[in-house]
Design a protein around this ligand. Structure first.
Ligand code: ATP
Length: 577
């Protein structure tokens, strides 16, 4: 338990001063609260001794000071806790975001979106809301209870002994609960993660679920399954916790009743003055309340610790080693030297070598699954090769600072991703400091200016999650404008194969031509026209280069390329132009 508290305190890092301040304000709150007892004591003593004077007014004044002090200190303590929680979680979220940005892509294969989402949303939300209050209340509770207890022992050690015994027993039970939930808490947290994964999958697949008229309601059944698992985990956790909660409450209540009873009896028997007896009762009440509060905080410690473990796991993905050298971008020759690569154990790229001189175009063609996208991803260093090397400008790409190197590469993916932001900001993603003129110019060259001007807020139109408010062709052209404004010397593009209407196809083709002018281009090519015009064509088959050459050379050779071209020409009605 102490270990977890220490861990939480270390986690709060920069916010530790705020947590300490919150504890201090909490203690001051308690001190002001104690003034109320003084007020009550003054009144009781005056009544018991029939004292003359303005005691009620004095007591009222003390009470007012106490209430005002309590309000101010409570507010201050809460503000410090809130600040610590918010900043702590915000820093952690940014830290996770940065680490994910540089994570080896294999990590995203192993970790589901749901797990990462749970870590940065619900788990961090829990940390944000509970860690500062746990630290503050437990530290403050321990200090305050200790002071009150020692004070009370000096005041009335016999009754104090009842309290000490009750407090020790209470702590033993709380510790027992802590141990008993050690296995249940992770199970409960895993169920929450699974629930988030299930909900995300359901929402992401809602179109498929609807369009396939799932008669057996398989999606609902899966959803219900994760809901049931989550409910079962919660119930099992509560069942484990319940007996300990009940026993600890019984100990606390019995202890307090016994101690209060002793105080009253001693007062009635004349062993202590009546006003002291009444004061003892109030004093006891406060101590037991403090104990209960600290105990309830400790009870959630296990859950917080498990959540913390999951955050650490998701927040520390394996990072790609970063070379740190600067890629100047003057020499963009790309050399792929005998590389092999596998996803987990599946060999996908098998001893591939190729040279792409700068400012030339290379088309990569091949059957589906032959490794075209993987080869491009390796050139961008989204993954590291298992063996062999890839160099750009004569230097192994692992020697470069990856972020900086990628500033010199524009990638246009077949599956376009747009942010839920304005069109202007989506285009500017390629160059954040671009002027309006530069941004509009890129949009014009990517053939999207006209349709953007038809939108209600033109460039300030917010396009919904992943460009939900746009057609496939429009999204594609915005992604080209984004790549264009980046103006990188190397362009890697995955041509869209989806059924784009002829007008859109022509516009996209035109935009692509603008994008690739005077650049080093690698494209996964599907259109005969682009393939035909490429300086070299690489034909991939089962992770190897099966053929290479120009269109004319490869057509003469026959083999995979010729059959691919013939099949596609027939299937898609391609025309040589
Ligand atoms: N992230 C991944 N994890 C595991 N296996 C993968 C991953 N991405 C691709 N693969 C596998 O690697 C092989 C090559 O995939 P790749 O996407 O490179 O082929 P491709 O030629 O680009 O295919 P397509 O033309 O259909 O896009 C395929 O068998 C695919 O199943």
């Amino acid at each position: 338990m102490i270990d977890i508290l220490k861990k939480l305190y270390c986690l709060s890092e920069k916010e530790q001063p705020y947590i300490r301040k919150s504890v201090v304000y909490g203690l001051l709150y308690s001190a002001f609260e104690l003034l109320q007892f003084l007020a009550v004591y003054l009144v009781l003593r005056a009544v018991a001794t029939h004292a003359e004077g303005n005691i009620p007014m004095q007591a009222f004044g003390v009470m007012l000071i106490s209430i005002a002090g309590c309000i101010v200190m409570h507010a201050q303590s809460n503000i410090k806790q809130m600040r610590a929680g918010l900043y702590m979680a915000a820093d952690k979220r940014i830290d996770i975001g940065n680490k994910l940005r540089h994570a080896a892509m294999g990590y995203f294969n192993d970790s589901s979106l749901g797990k990462i989402t749970a870590a940065v949303s619900s788990k961090l939300y829990m940390i944000e809301n509970t860690v500062p209050s746990i630290l503050s209340n437990v530290l403050q509770g321990i200090l305050y209870t200790a002071v009150l207890l020692v004070g009370f022992l000096c005041f009335q050690w016999k009754i104090g002994l009842i309290m000490v015994i009750s407090a020790v027993l209470y702590c033993v039970i709380v510790q027992g609960m802590f141990r008993a939930t050690q296995n249940e808490a992770p199970r409960k947290q895993q169920a929450v993660t699974k629930l988030i994964e299930g909900v995300l999958e359901y929402i992401q697949g809602i179109v498929i679920i609807r369009s396939f008229q799932d008669d057996n309601n398989r999606a609902e059944v899966r959803m219900k399954q994760v809901l049931n698992e989550s409910r079962a985990a919660e119930t099992s956790y509560e069942k484990k916790v319940m007996p300990y909660t009940v026993i600890s409450q019984i100990i606390l209540k019995c202890g307090s009743v016994l101690a209060m009873y002793a105080a009253v009896v001693m007062g009635l028997n004349g062993q202590i003055a009546v006003e002291k007896s009444a004061l003892a009762v109030i004093w006891l009440f406060v101590i037991f309340n403090q104990l209960q509060l600290a105990g309830s905080m400790i009870a959630i410690l296990q859950n917080v610790d498990t959540a913390l473990g999951e955050i650490e796991e998701s927040g520390n993905p394996p990072q790609l080693e970063n070379g740190g050298e600067t890629f100047i971008g003057k020499n963009c020759d790309i050399t792929v030297n005998n590389i092999c690569f596998s996803y987990e154990k599946k060999n996908v790229i098998d001893h591939v070598s190729l040279t792409i001189p700068q400012k030339t175009s290379t088309a990569i063609v091949g059957y589906s699954g032959s490794g075209k996208t993987t080869l491009c991803n390796l050139i961008c260093r989204f993954w590291d090769v298992d063996s062999g090397s890839i160099s750009i400008g004569g230097k192994d790409i692992r020697q470069y600072n990856t972020d900086q190197m990628l500033e010199n590469i524009s990638v246009v993916f077949q599956n376009v991703y747009l942010f839920n932001d304005t069109i202007a900001n989506n285009i500017r993603f390629g160059k954040p400091d671009a002027t309006d003129k530069e941004m509009i110019d890129a949009a014009k060259r990517a053939c999207c200016h006209d349709f953007i001007m038809q939108l209600p807020d033109q460039y300030n139109t917010v396009i919904g999650e992943n460009g939900a408010a746009l057609s496939g062709g429009e999204k594609q052209r915005i992604s080209i404008a984004r790549a264009m404004i980046k103006d990188a010397p190397i362009v890697i593009l995955d041509e869209a194969t989806s059924n784009i209407d002829p007008e859109n196809e022509q516009l996209i083709q035109h935009a692509m031509e603008e994008l690739t002018r005077d650049k080093t281009i690698i494209m996964i090519a599907h259109r005969l026209k682009t393939v035909r015009n490429a300086d070299q064509i690489i034909v991939m088959n089962q992770g190897r280069i099966a053929q290479r050459g120009t269109h004319e050379q490869l057509m003469k050779q026959g083999g995979i390329y010729a059959s691919l071209i013939n099949v596609r020409t027939e299937a898609l009605g391609w025309k040589l132009s």
